[in-house]
Design a protein. Sequence first.
Length: 353
Amino acid sequence: MNLNSQISLSCVSDGVVLVDPEQVKGKKVYVMLSCTFRYGRDDMDVMGMAFRRDIFLCSRQVYPPLQDKERSVHTKVQEKILRKLGDNAYPFFFEFPDNLPCSVCLQPGPTDVGKHCAVEFEVKAFCAENQDEKAQKRSSVRLAIRKIQYAPDKGGAAPSAETTCEFIMSDKPLHMRVSLEKETYYHGEEINISVDIDNSSNRNLKDLSVSVEQVTNVVLYSNDKYVKTVAYEETTDTVPSGTSLKKVYTLCPLLDDNRDRLGLALDGKLKHEDTNLASSSMCVRIIQHLVLILIMYVCKMLLCVCFSEVAVEVPFKLMHPKPDPGELITLPNMILSVFLFITEHELKSYLSF
């Protein structure tokens, strides 16, 4: 089974299935696309109760074909694969619903085994009498895929936030402002955080720190909220009474610095492939049964005033850059990437075009 995938605001995925008529023996061949939300380990599935929920299921009959293969519209990749594989290859096509979530998972602990909380996508081809029949492992093939969202072409205004604090026995206030250079940053890109503090109060400020926090909301079953610091710098800067501070701090949130953080949200990954911190969620509108895990990031400045703390948070987006036109056949907002379970010989034989 070969799969070429492209996604726009209405996500689209297409591929090709190679069928052996002798092995099918009069049965039908179906292809199913599924989006599953898992919220427990595999070994926790007991007494017929699985800790998972199918969010989206869609199936297509590919053999015998329901329409003439020559009359159907194919993508360029499908046409090349069909020519290479011959008459027993059949195309298929799926359209995703709007606001279907992207692939994401919560990082397990170092000693944990199996899958935990995750949004997963899979394409399965199987042979059966009808599409409702349970597919047997020996007569089916599964393909793990993931859905990734790219940053928009045009970002919003550079974000900023400020606060003013007044203290007892102080005639003048404390004013703090934090700003970023832009709204959207790419994975692995440094973030310059501009801090402007005007301390007109009679209090001395100390223990100034800046951080990047990942905020994860699991909205499906309990609306849990997880806040994880993914980049942090504790400074030695102080702002005595009647002085000011203008400074730029640089942070770079990376998964490499957070490998052992339990519950950290990551982009969904395929086998034998590394991943990164989860990208920010971008939803046109929130649909409770489709939007499962919401991800956002904030830059936070925190300082101590006497025995209390003052904080300013600035939200921003962390995403993948859109690839160059030469890297993709089309240039949509999102893309499905694929891991093919085939041998090296088959790879050279089938895809040498």
